[in-house]
Write a protein that binds this ligand. Structure first.
Ligand code: B4P
Length: 182
């Protein structure tokens, strides 16, 4: 069973939903940079204040800020982990590679969740978070295509990537992911 996983895909595809389920059933540390940033925003920290403006406009938060969060969590980690929503661009992916080399914990599998734009927009707008208005969602999708989608080739070229259809019930998608983890 694969123990060091990365979930990749556009906003609203269900990365967070599936990551939570799979990390529980497989006893992995679930590390969502989105959740960690939202915690900082809620706590009103300096970091949270910087992140909030960017998140609410659909932009990515700075690499420096996100990397400091992830490094702290992974450095002390001995069990398996599931990274959800990180890395978000090639620079973050390269920094992660360096960090994982240092701690001798290479990625075992990158799961790419896929879904067409109309369904992504529908799901996010009905969720209704502060960054889920239609205009912001459309911008987040553009940011994804431009900055995050290049990671598909990045990981595919390393032979690490498997795609999963993100259309269907939560349980169906969970089963599809379980199949490729064994
Ligand atoms: P994230 O928190 O990562 O959120 P997301 O991509 O919008 O959502 P996700 O794909 O996890 O969808 P979910 O399961 O929730 O990012 C938010 C922001 O944080 C970014 O825009 C950025 O500003 C910042 N950020 C985060 N990481 C960063 C990084 N590394 N670098 C820089 N900035 C970063 O599902 C969406 C909805 O669909 C939910 O309502 C869910 O209930 C529903 N759903 C899920 N599965 C479904 C299904 N099968 N059928 C129907 N509905 C479903």
């Amino acid at each position: 069973m694969k123990q060091r996983l990365l979930f990749l895909g556009p906003p609203g595809v269900g990365k967070g939903t599936q990551a939570e389920l799979i990390s529980k059933t497989h006893n992995l540390l679930h590390l969502s940079t989105g959740d960690l940033l939202r915690q900082e925003v809620k706590a009103g920290s300096q970091l949270g204040k910087q992140a909030e403006v960017l998140m609410n406009s659909g932009e990515l938060v700075s690499d420096e800020l996100v990397l400091s969060i992830v490094e702290n969590k992974l450095n002390t980690q001995s069990q398996g982990w599931l990274l959800d929503g990180f890395p978000r661009n090639v620079n973050q992916a390269k920094a992660l590679e360096d960090l994982l080399k240092k701690i001798h914990q290479p990625i075992e599998l990158v799961v790419l969740l896929e879904l067409r734009n109309e369904l992504l927009i529908e799901r996010l707008i009905s969720r209704g978070r502060a960054d889920d208005t239609e205009a912001v969602v459309r911008h987040r999708l553009e940011v994804y295509r431009e900055k995050t989608a290049p990671l598909i080739d990045f990981y595919s070229n390393k032979g690490l990537l498997k795609s999963v259809n993100g259309d269907g019930s939560i349980v169906d998608i969970q089963n599809r992911i379980m199949e490729i983890l064994s």
